[in-house]
Design a protein around this ligand. Sequence first.
Ligand code: SPV
Ligand code: MG
Length: 540
Amino acid sequence: MKKTTQLRSMLQSNELEFLMEAHNGISAKIAEEAGFKGIWGSGLSISASLGVRDNNEASWTQVLDVVEFMSDATKIPILLDGDTGYGNFNNMRRLVMKLEQRGVAGVCIEDKIFPKTNSFLRTEAQPLADVDEFCGKIKAGQDTKLDDDFNIIARVEALIAGWGLAEALKRADAYRLAGANGILMHSKISKPDEILAFMREWGERSKTCPVVIVPTKYYSTPTNVFREANVSVCIWANHQMRMAVTAMQAVTKTIFEEQSLMNVEDKIVSVAELFRLQNDKELEAAEKLYLKVADAEAPRAILLAASRGAELKELTEDRPKVLIDINGKPLIEQSINNFYEHDIKDISIVRGYKKEAFKFPNIKYVDNDNYENTNELASLFLAKKEIVDHTIISYGDILYRKYILSRLLEEKGDITIVVDASIENRSNDYVGDFVQCSRKHSTKFAEAPADLQGIKFGSASDSKEASGEWIGLVKTNKVGSEMLTQTLTELSKTPEFNKLKLPDLMNALLTKKIKINVMYIDGHWMDVDSYSDVSKGQKF
Ligand code: SPV
Ligand code: MG
């Protein structure tokens, strides 16, 4: 139902309905969440929230902007307190046009003179508008609106200004005949007597021209009294603003005096609650839909770099192998840069030996302080919570051409490992993680997918029948990450866990009949294990 129609139904329903004050987007949203069916865009509260007086110090377009935020934040109708309509009939016409454009369901105008003064201030000195002039304003508004259900409420200030019931009735009736969709009868006394007297006199007219009240001053009246008097809509006019001021004064006082947040944190909403009210959930979902790589889906990377690399003796005396200099940069920095270039910003490094030597910014470090007695899987287990959705797990000591990562990121399998098929020229004493796959690599025709059958660490001479060598790169998606972490957790409970390496994890997955896809490459990578690798690396 249109917001205008919703408000019209509230005015015309046989129930007593309520409008809750709001003065910005978030208070509007809060009113809606509390269950209110409609909102009062209070002039007093909006001006107070802007730090100005309720004397038309905020321009009408500034008020319009605020009420637009309120309207955008909610699905329930807003009745804007339009003061006097901010001028004569002509200003009223433009106001109605703009309010309709911004999704506001109605406006209430009061029969005073621009610039107005709040109804509870210096009331005897508040001049009332000329009745005919005000009726012209109502008619002009009604003639301007495009939507029949847009609501124009005429507010009578006769009781406020001390003119008495007869004047109030005379004015209310004139406004009714001019086409008002309702009358707001305002009173400044602490009992409902004036309002009840008016309702008695108004009688049947409230069927076609319902009455709205604002019991700010006669707040102690039981609500049922209004119900029984046939009041149509009751406005709680400023209570979010007043409570906000109470809370803001308290919290700023405490923080100022204590120079600490210690005693306030538990008394205030969390920032998460602000995010919820701002509907961040919707943006998160939209990002998934419209951004190239949404953050939650963006791949992350884990680099294993806890061991020393003792084969490299003095090169690793003050730093782990992954930090030795290759082409003017620490070895592992090439992997990090490779990740950055592929938009992978969430990078974890599991470090152990000489962990203080790692100085890269914006990296999550996971420490394996027991690196001397453990192996790769123990390191990976420490980083288990980083294995979610799309994750690249990599040895920290490998160098590879960028396209390998580009291709790997496009792989669709749950778990995919990168296998170098060009192993025929390996010297006999070369050792590595040789793999057996469902089929060998072929460059002759479009390849059918291959999957892993097993990995075994060994020498090239013992691995003549192997399909290739695993290079130390694996990618998982959401499903793959779950299977991998589950298997990793199971292995962590076995007595030999501290000895296990990544290939053991792959083999354990295979034992569980979990498919591991193979992405073949033809060279273009190396790992750095020996002095000769270091010099080879300089040319890589
Ligand atoms: C407002 O909320 O701004 C009103 C109601 O106009 S009152 O402050 O009671 O005049
Ligand atoms: Mg007002």
